[in-house]
Design a protein around this ligand. Structure first.
Ligand code: NAD
Length: 786
């Protein structure tokens, strides 16, 4: 049945799926398949419960989460057995890892419920959250989503994976038994259609998804323009680097855990072994020997190492990848230990060598017990190979030289790095990816921000003309649909004197068309177009360049080349931000006059607020580096706030200098490089600003300014693969376009849906939201001791 409002309900369409035991093929249960009606009922229940749950005290919610944790512990044996039966994973794993971690998540987040008022002041829960989860860690993925959501006052509708719904249903029963109020947790089981019904239901304030990158992309498109928040935990192809000075026996055991834990059906599986050439052969020989002793068998047998593959469909998929690897020239090793011969679904541990770095088996997620191995020579080459992937979920680094290991950990683009260890998880440390492994974190304080919003913000309203199925509205002809920008009548060559410049003293005026600022130099726009900028009184006060795609591409290239900015010390970045503030201060009157002429408002207050803001981020340049996570590990887990990379920033028209500085400065402070599109209506404060950048020692390419038609430029930016995040402060339709178009490489987006923001206000115009957007949290696990 479906679990809605603490009651069991039958699906209205009377459709059921079969859940079976992968180790035997035997049917375990018939599972209700919910449709749109059931999702609707669950949303209504969750919405009703939200009113009281979100206003309950933190302590009250903490008591409930604590009761859930206790309930899980009380039933841990049953949960572990059921998980292993339903999924096929070894009972040793579900008993010693999955279920204890589930309890740990509820205990840890009971603490966050208790501390929410103290630790997240000014934040409020999002509302009703739809959570769609995969089959590889059915109960653990549920806990990672449900615990933080509930702790912070949200209510949820969970859609378990079709292969493995049973522990979610048992969990529901435990929750009701523990006294959780009706409607706080609702479980709607079913297949992919049920997942789609959750994603498309307009009643959710957020969708949290864990699953494949392919479905993540579908969900990004489906939620674009709906105002729903989104977090995506997707696939991976994580590297496992072994250096020649590694403790090889430990690394071999690590590898067994990395790729044969849970039959390799692990999003962060160490599925790409990168091994230093000098030790490659003896290491691989040791590995083959170890593989011969791995036992494959029934999930309830405590003596096995590898259980059953979740379903014959998955098994076929794994095998077809292996066949493709062989066709690509790979060499295969599979130990000759026998597989069970009963009706179960088995696949032997598999090693593929002699594979090319670009081979599909090296690039694509196989999601099974298949390891590919490649050699590397130098640490630099190892890092390059490690990063040669569209994913960025996790990595393991093995070396007894901590200097080398930590240096490499810093260079790998992934959300979790395990030094001399692998597959360590804890509720106190965030988990989540870079790049196409998705965005958002689960666990750690960083994970809490996925379930709250600043209290001053209202829920973003869906686009009025969005289609009911969530597809974004038909593109507006202007910038998003047509390939030509909707620009004002071109003035011809920018050198041509024009209406803005009446001759003085009988001589023609010297043209002052503001240029673009790309790679540290002023550039004429590629198309040689410009636009006149009217002042507050309607008189033309200047001319700005009209950038095009080529200019954006040049700017992205310059920003990408300036990645050395990320390696500067926080102190050095702070010095440069102070220098910018100093130079702005020296020219404050000139900027104030420019602002007054453009907007008619008092420019002086805005310039002064912009200087204040530069000081704020100069301060944050060396005060937001990260923290130590207090996990259950003996050793250290470092949560490092890394730069996101190249950020595309599209500014609003409000407070054109202050909003420009308020967006630019946090990106710079935290080591990002950016391409910034200033206010379309009032661009001149930003173009004056490049003179300040030029005189403030800002390295070339760190900031690139392209003026012109906002949405036309935004479109090129969001579609550029090198741009890793898009901040768009424009209208709801443009925000919807940005979200939809971000799906192709799953870049992070931060869009405003046209919501006003008081840029002068310290809470709305600066602080945690900005710093969060400017950073990726990387968790580096460093075990210590023997
Ligand atoms: P999947 O994407 O096929 O399915 C995941 C969930 O989404 C299931 O509940 C499914 O029913 C639902 N779903 C499928 N199509 C949908 C649609 N169009 N709209 C809405 N929901 C839909 O993934 P899977 O095969 O269950 O799981 C394997 C994948 O999950 C792997 O790629 C793995 O890397 C990833 N994963 C990631 C993490 C992480 O934290 N990053 C953790 C576990 C698994």
């Amino acid at each position: 049945g479906l679990f809605i409002n603490n009651r069991w309900a039958a699906p209205s369409a009377d459709t059921y799926l079969t859940s079976s035991n992968p180790a035997t093929g035997a049917e375990l249960a018939q599972i209700a398949a919910g449709g749109a009606a059931e999702v609707g009922a669950a949303v209504s229940a969750a919405r009703a419960a939200f009113a009281t749950w979100s206003t309950a005290s933190g302590h009250e919610r903490a008591r409930h989460l604590y009761a859930l944790a206790r309930g899980i512990q009380k039933h841990q044996r049953l949960l572990a057995v059921l998980e292993s039966l339903d999924n096929g994973k070894p009972i040793r794993e579900s008993r010693d890892l999955d279920v204890p971690l589930v309890a740990r998540h509820f205990y840890h987040h009971a603490g966050w419920a208790q501390l929410m008022a103290a630790e997240l002041p000014g934040y409020t829960p999002l509302g009703v959250v739809g959570q769609v989860i995969p089959w590889n860690f059915p109960l653990l993925m549920l806990a990672w989503k449900v615990a933080p959501a509930l702790a912070l006052g949200n209510t949820v509708v969970v859609k378990p994976a079709p292969y493995t719904p049973l522990t979610a249903l048992l969990f529901a029963e435990i929750a009701a038994e523990a006294g959780l109020p009706p409607g706080v947790i609702n479980i709607v089981t079913g297949g992919d259609q049920t997942g789609a019904a959750v994603v498309e239901h307009p009643g959710f304030d957020k969708i949290a998804f864990t699953g494949s990158t392919e479905v993540g992309r579908i969900i990004r498109r489906a939620t674009a323009g709906t105002g729903k928040r989104l977090s995506l935990e997707l696939g991976g192809k994580s590297p496992f680097l072994v250096f020649d000075d590694a403790d090889q026996d430990a690394a071999i055991e690590g590898l067994v855990d990395a790729i044969w834990f849970n039959q390799g059906q692990v999003c962060c599986a160490g599925s790409r072994l990168l091994i230093q050439e000098s030790i490659a052969e003896p290491f691989l020989e040791k590995l083959r020997l170890r593989m011969r002793s791995l036992r494959v068998g029934d999930s309830l047998d405590k003596g096995i190492d590898i259980g059953a593959i979740v379903d014959p469909v998955q098994r076929e998929r794994i095998d077809s990848w292996v066949q493709r690897g062989l066709a690509e020239g790979g060499q295969i090793f599979q130990p000759d230990t026998p597989l069970p011969t009963d009706g179960g679904c088995w696949y032997p541990p598999t090693l593929l060598t002699d594979v090319h770095p670009a081979a599909e088996v090296v690039q694509e997620e196989i999601f099974g017990p298949v390891l590919v191995a490649l050699p590397f020579r130098t640490p630099g080459e190892g890092v390059r190979l490690a990063n040669n992937t569209r994913y960025g979920l996790a990595a393991s680094v093995w070396s007894e030289n901590l200097n080398l290991a930590l240096d490499v950990a810093g260079q790998i683009k992934a959300g979790v790095i395990w030094v001399n260890s692998t597959n360590l998880f804890d509720a106190a440390a965030g988990f989540g990816g870079y790049r196409e492994s998705g965005y958002g974190r689960e666990g750690g304080k960083e994970g809490l921000y996925e379930y709250v919003r600043p209290a001053w913000q209202t829920r973003r309203q869906p686009l009025a003309d969005a289609q009911p199925n969530g597809t974004p509205p038909a593109p507006r002809e202007s910038a998003w649909g047509a390939h030509t920008p909707d620009r004002p009548a071109p003035l011809g060559d920018t050198d041509t004197p024009n209406g803005a410049h009446s001759p003085t003293n009988g001589l023609p005026h010297i043209d002052r068309t503001a240029k673009l600022y790309i790679g540290g130099t002023q550039k004429r726009p590629d198309g040689n177009y410009s636009r006149t900028i009217p002042g507050a009184d309607g008189q033309i006060i200047g001319v700005a360049s009209d950038g095009n795609r080529k200019d954006i591409r040049d700017a992205v290239e310059a920003a990408d080349k300036a990645s050395g900015w990320a390696r500067k010390t926080g102190h050095a970045r702070a010095q440069i931000l102070y220098y910018i503030a100093e130079n702005l201060s020296a020219r404050a009157d000139e900027f104030a006059a420019r602002l007054a002429a453009m907007t008619g408002s008092s420019g002086a207050a805005e310039v002064s607020a912009a200087i204040d803001r530069l000081f704020t981020y100069a301060a944050y340049a060396d005060k937001y580096g990260g923290s130590i996570q207090e996990t259950v590990l003996r050793g250290m887990v470092l949560a490092v706030n890394e730069p996101v990379g190249v950020i595309g920033i599209v500014c609003p028209d409000d407070a054109p200098l202050l909003s420009f500085v308020s967006l630019l400065a946090p990106a710079m402070a935290r080591g990002n490089t950016s391409i910034i599109v200033p206010s379309e209506r009032y661009p001149l404060a930003a173009t004056d600003f490049y003179q300040i950048l030029e005189t403030s020692d800002v390295p070339a390419g760190v900031v690139n300014i392209v003026t012109g038609a906002r949405d036309h430029l935004a479109k090129t930016l969001v579609e550029h693969d090198v741009v890793q995040a898009m901040w768009y402060f424009g209208d709801a339709a443009g925000s919807a376009e940005i979200e939809a178009r971000s799906a192709h490489n799953l870049k992070r987006t931060w869009v405003s849906y046209g919501q006003p923001r008081d840029w002068f206000d310290a809470e709305q115009g600066a602080g945690a939201e900005f710093l969060h957007a400017a950073t990726e949290v990387k968790n580096i696990w460093v075990p210590t001791g023997e």
